[in-house]
Unconditional design. Sequence first.
Length: 73
Amino acid sequence: MKFYPAEECLIVCTKYDMTEACAILCKNVGRYKESVEHYIKLVNKSIIGTPDSKNVLHFRKELQILNKHIQAI
C-alpha cells in the first residue's frame, strides 16, 4: 500500500477540478468547511446536470457527517 500526502493530493485534485476527491481529502485533513463547500458543489452539479438520486443521497449523508464534526468543534 502506498501513502500519498493528502495536502499534495488536494493540490492536484483542485487543479483538475476533481470535486468529490477534494471533498474527501478536505474532510480527512480536518478542513470541514472546505469539505462542505465541495459537497454542496457536487449536490448542485447533480441537481443541475442529470439528477442521480444515489449521488445526491450519498452527498447528503456526507454533509450530515461533516455537520456533526463541525458541531463537535
